[in-house]
Ligand binder design. Sequence first.
Ligand code: ATP
Length: 202
Amino acid sequence: SKFVVGLTGGIGSGKTTVANLFAAEGISLVDADIVAREVVAQGSKGLEAIVNHFGSEILTPEGELDRAKLRQRIFSHPEEREWLNQLLHPMIRQEMLAQVEKATSAYVIMVVPLLFENGLDRLVNRTLVVDISPELQINRTVKRDNVDASQVNNIISSQCSRSEKLARADDIIDNQGEISSLKREVQALHQRYLQLSGTDNA
Ligand code: ATP
């Protein structure tokens, strides 16, 4: 089985940016957000189970999952949210591991925004946290998504704290500087992960 690095960090910290730099080194990515969409895509077992549970009014006219409606339905119903998590979390875990095994690179970067919150750090060999201050998280996310600072702040508060993430990280990337220094940090970690995955002298 493969050497897996779990890449995480708060909203707007730079996970996607960092993941793309690893991909540029030839490393395969498994992205939890993409997998979470795949397991409820049209024709999936996940979508079938959701329709059986909530009824076909949970679909858009095109037959896709109506995410806004689903969010509404579980918003004030913790037991429905729990049902949905019990359905989807094992499917997402299983599909992520399947994609890891299919990957062909020396090691795999698994991008998981809620790695610690959802206990997915148990699936990886090593954790890598992208770190920036809450102020920069807000600035960059507001700029990217054109949303309110207060909305970003609410999301930051709902996620595991900066200090807890740092305490639990095996490796940390400081992304408060320029992209050029981020590149150098990624290249150094890439060398280290090649060594750790035992492929530099295999
Ligand atoms: P989310 O969890 O919200 O999806 P993320 O952790 O994937 O976010 P990115 O989308 O990679 O974060 O980065 C957030 C924003 O900050 C993007 O617009 C990105 O281009 C920008 N950004 C990332 N790193 C830097 C940097 N070092 N300097 C300036 N801007 C940056």
